[in-house]
Design a protein around this ligand. Structure first.
Ligand code: 5GP
Ligand code: MG
Length: 185
């Protein structure tokens, strides 16, 4: 285990079993229908790449990079870094895949934006769900795991850009996120 990790919440084996289940659910819904998995960068890249390899029906893959800022459901804005081409959205059935559903702001704004840009349907699939933190009424169509209200890293999820490559999901040691950045250590 990494020295900054307090404890492991989801082992590699648990993660793979959860993804197997979600992949079966997604496959059942989209069988016989062309669809596009839209991975929300950067956090969902690990989950999305494991997920699509367990979905044995035709699909396309696209990426989006965006963050949501501001409090409140209406007032905040979506900062878009990268969006798929118009032809990849218009008239398409999209499955938005994200790492974690927290307040729900990012994903709900992305769903709205995809619909505004002409998607035919938009469903959501998240690796982790923290329902206790929700600030906007969004529930994912598919989710692998529910987690308690604590900050987690690994399997794509970062803290200050690090830990995305951990093969498990863990809780960080408190001193790692409370450490003053200016302090020389
Ligand atoms: P929200 O649902 O609040 O709009 O934002 C979700 C985003 O916040 C996620 O995509 C992720 O980047 C970040 N996030 C929320 N909770 C956690 C967490 O426990 N750990 C990490 N690493 N990121 C989180
Ligand atoms: Mg993210």
């Amino acid at each position: 285990m990494h020295e900054d990790v307090e404890r492991i919440l989801l082992t590699e084996a648990q993660i793979q079993a959860g993804i197997d289940r979600v992949a079966r659910e997604v496959t059942a819904v989209y069988r016989g229908q062309a669809f596009t998995v839209v991975s929300v960068l950067k956090g969902s890249c690990v989950f999305a790449s494991d997920l699509i390899r367990r979905i044995p029906i035709p699909l396309e893959l696209a990426f989006v990079s965006a963050s949501s800022y501001g409090e409140g459901v209406e007032s905040g804005r979506l900062e878009v870094n990268f969006f798929p081409a118009e032809s990849e959205i218009q008239g398409r059935d999209l499955l938005l895949v994200d790492d974690i559903l927290d307040t729900g702001r990012t994903l709900s704004r992305l769903v709205d934006e995809m619909r505004r840009r002409g998607a035919r349907s938009v469903r959501t699939c998240v690796f982790l769900d923290k329902p206790a933190r929700r600030a906007t009424p969004l529930s994912a169509d598919f989710r692998a795991f529910e987690v308690d209200n604590l900050f987690v890293v690994g399997y794509g999820l970062d803290f200050a850009g690090h830990y995305r490559n951990l093969p498990y999901v863990g809780a960080l040691k408190r001193e790692c996120y409370e450490r003053p950045r200016s302090a020389a250590r």
